[in-house]
Design a protein around this ligand. Structure first.
Ligand SMILES: *Cc1c(COP(=O)(O)O)cnc(C)c1O
Length: 474
């Protein structure tokens, strides 16, 4: 399998060659040249363990790693030891257990990994792939990133202790919850460097951009990233759509709907690809919070990224995005994989504008892809968390609540609805207390995590101070 850019530049690449990079050199995103068709393999795959299924699916996309090695990487990644935080310990061996709220309405638990959010599903695989490829090539990488919570901690837990990888993760000093800080800063691994920046998330992000724009420094210190546009992350996420579908159906002609709490369009993009591969998905329900860029597109055909000043801080913070960095992948498919059209559309977007597909040839094609959407507010989240608690005795986090709210609006009789549970309640305790007047349930092993010794260097929002830290530790 070879990979091409959504903007049409460059020659097709092998998987391992795009694994360590980000955007394609022409500014586009990588996608496989074609989607393998697997409808006739579903019978054979039903009943496989998560690791076995991951190997079957990923081996269609990763053809430049020997099968035995890829199998070992999947087996090492998807273990009950790593994904052990299920609310029902008896179901932990499923890796992504399905919880049925009522007939034909389910939650798929994707947040049982070490940082209690769905990002672990892909990031843990990425950690093992990085180590494998870097070892084989005798190369090193220094991952530099900025985080306001979930992504940074998932990256650190995936890369901790790995050979040839260091992680330098910037976070805004004092802006994350005590639990999130403890999760990241308590890691004592020699290859993990937490850097707290006196400033906001945007200041940290600006420093990362400035380092990346310094080509000399970037090359000399082998700076890399693991952001949400990384193809391997999307590929890893395809697997749980198959697993969820197997768990919710008994025969191979049964269709389902998935509802996905969305921000950067990474998670639901994997659902779109699963559907393109022949998984019987009737509906992909996209849920946003008040930051409704994507809901607006699927309702109106207009894609209008927002300015930072127009991006709201909400109680489902991992969905607070102003533009959806993976959306270009879907649009590439929608416009018939014509890179000239993608280039033209993103010329508008990258220049701060918008595009409208409501008129013209693509409006009639959009319904073929099965997307519907909706958004929710803080009040909706509180009401949904309360309702699920009262009716089912289950606590759900704020992002999952956005999903449940929008999923209910799109239910079709006889069509099983699977809501992706993207985080655990303990990460968003404040809103749980506001909704339910009590503390969230916390996995026992994490009791007192806030009291562990922390390893973090505090710096001003100054490029030189961050570069200094990198230079000192390389
Ligand atoms: C990242 C994240 C999302 C959004 O996922 P995208 O892939 O960016 O659409 C939703 N919920 C949680 C808890 C997350 O961490």
């Amino acid at each position: 399998m070879k990979y091409i850019s959504t903007r049409g530049g460059g020659k097709p690449q092998e998987f391992c060659d795009i694994l360590l990079g980000g955007l394609a050199p022409d500014g586009g995103l990588y996608l496989p040249e074609s989607y393998p068709q697997v409808a006739d393999r579903l019978d054979e795959w039903r009943g496989l363990s998560y690791a076995e299924l991951a190997f079957e699916i990923l081996s269609l996309y990763i053809t430049d790693i020997p099968a035995a090695d890829l199998k070992a990487i999947c087996d090492k990644t998807y273990t009950t030891e790593t994904y052990r935080w299920s609310r029902d310990a008896a179901k932990a061996r499923d890796i992504v257990p399905l919880t049925t709220l009522e007939p034909d309405f389910h939650l798929l638990e994707l947040s049982n990994g070490p940082t209690l959010a769905f990002k672990d599903m892909a990031m843990q695989l990425l950690g093992n792939l990085f180590e494998y490829v870097l070892d084989r090539r005798n190369e090193t990488i220094n991952i530099l990133g900025a985080t306001s919570g979930d992504t940074g901690s998932a990256a650190e837990y995936a890369m901790r202790g790995k050979h040839n990888v260091r992680v330098f993760m910037l976070s805004p000093e004092g802006k994350m919850s005590a639990f999130q800080r403890a999760q990241m800063y308590s890691l004592q691994d020699a290859n993990i460097f937490n850097i707290a920046v006196r400033g906001m998330f945007d200041d940290a992000q600006d420093i990362v951009k400035a380092v990346s724009n310094d080509a000399g420094f970037k090359a000399k210190y082998k700076i890399g990233a693991v952001n949400s546009i990384n193809w391997a992350r999307v590929a890893a996420q395809i697997v749980y759509y198959f697993k969820g579908w197997f768990e919710a159906t008994t025969s191979n002609d049964q269709k389902v709907a998935f509802c996905v709490p969305s921000g950067n369009f990474g998670n639901i993009c994997a659902g779109h690809i699963a559907r393109m591969m022949g998984l019987p998905i009737a509906q992909l329900v996209l849920a946003t919070n008040e930051n409704d860029v994507l809901d607006e597109f699927f309702r109106t055909g207009i894609y209008r990224p927002r300015a930072t000043a127009e991006t709201y801080v909400t109680s489902s913070p991992s969905m607070d995005i102003s533009k959806a960095s993976n959306f270009e992948r879907f649009v590439f498919d929608l416009v018939g994989r014509d890179p000239a059209i993608v280039r033209q559309l993103w010329r508008e977007v990258d220049g701060g504008g918008s595009f409208n597909l409501a008129e013209g040839p693509f409006a009639t094609r959009l319904p073929d892809y099965g997307f519907v959407s909706g958004s929710s507010s803080h009040a909706d989240r509180l009401a949904t968390i309360r309702d699920v608690w009262q009716r089912h005795g289950l606590m759900i986090d704020t992002h999952t609540a956005d999903g449940v709210k929008v999923a209910r609006e799109h239910r079709v009789a006889g069509l099983p609805m699977i809501v992706l549970e993207t985080a655990q309640v303990v990460k968003f305790a404040e809103t749980i207390r506001e909704a339910l007047g009590r503390d969230p349930v916390r996995p026992k092993e994490l009791d007192g995590i806030e009291n562990l010794p922390q390893k973090v260097e505090v710096v001003d929002a100054a490029l030189d101070q961050v570069k200094d830290i990198i230079v000192r530790h390389c």
